[in-house]
Design a protein around this ligand. Sequence first.
Ligand code: ADP
Length: 399
Amino acid sequence: MKVLVINCGSSSLKYQLIDSETEEVLAVGLCERIGIDGRLNHTPVGGEKVVINKDMPDHEVAIRMVLDALVNREYGVIRDLKEIDAVGHRLVHGGEKFTSSVVIDDEVIAGVEECNPLAPLHNPANLIGVRACQAIMPGVPNVGVFDTAFHQTMDPKAFMYGLPYEYYEKYKVRRYGFHGTSHSFVSKRAVEMLKLDPENSKVIVCHLGNGASISAVKNGKVMDTSMGMTPMEGLVMGTRCGDVDPTVVEYLAHSLDKSLEEVMVILNKESGVYGISGGLSSDFRDLEAAADEGNRKAELAIDVFSYRTAKYIGSYIAAMNGVDAIAFTAGIGENTSIVRRKVLEHFGYMGITLDPEANKVRGEEKIISTPESKVTVAVIPTNEELAIARETVALTQNK
Ligand code: ADP
């Protein structure tokens, strides 16, 4: 089967065409500036990247351009659109309604719309992508894979906030968690790779990218995760603050004479390691280079990031009453050995020992703890697109 995987944002659309039998990526690309002017970056895997600047007034036009690129004689990868058997969509917020991936029909669309208030920027944009595919490729099944679904196994004691109960009942205020597709993919791979017993396993997944979250996965089910009702909570991230005292919001609004919305923009886009480093960068490559040259704020940003990560790991070891494996994934988790080292230094008391040579690894699967280590630590690259393609196949094949 050939599966088109789509991640549709408000002004951008990322895609991959994946052959599900070989799990090979045939083409990858990105539509940018939808509704502004429009640019398509398309790369047939193994070939040259093509950039097409052309008006993209809406997502339907963007998807038409993607499909044209996929069948183009010069840089296309398929002969006919009929070769696309299904489309897998990344959907951000499924609330409590969606606990797994679904084949999208009118009822599902209505259900996702009900969750729109919880993700007002993301969900409507995701649905625009779904509707555009339905319009252009009638008869081709669309599958929705939710960022929140994998975390729906959490117990109320893990997902309830210390707020009046009625706000949970009336407004669904609770922890949902995000990056579920990645936490699911990496935790399953950890069990497989390290030959753990799927029914008796305790895995902590550290998804450390520009957005970052941790999950505690016991016997294949999420017990707890660090992101909350929205992706703001938990770890210090590229530009998001993660956990802060809520009073900071009120205090900053007063001190800066800004609205709540304006303060939220600061917490979302100007904080995290970017903010701590004095606006130097949200990218760990820049922070590491600056820290090496003696930049104190860059060093502090890396320290705060690593320390917060270690604290979450510690709390999840308590939540699961133990841990068999810790997996690092996503841009920082896969590439930044200094963060992994600084995080793991906190677990010497538990008998976790890092192999410094193995810890030099970048972007590939590898055990980075020593054979004597009481807990196995591994780098496991995530692949959310492949996970979406697999879910899409599972829900549509022979149906
Ligand atoms: P997202 O999907 O949330 O945008 P990614 O998982 O792609 O994030 O991670 C992006 C981040 O990973 C970058 O901002 C950077 O901090 C870090 N990163 C990526 N590659 C490297 C590298 N080679 N060395 C150090 N850090 C890296």
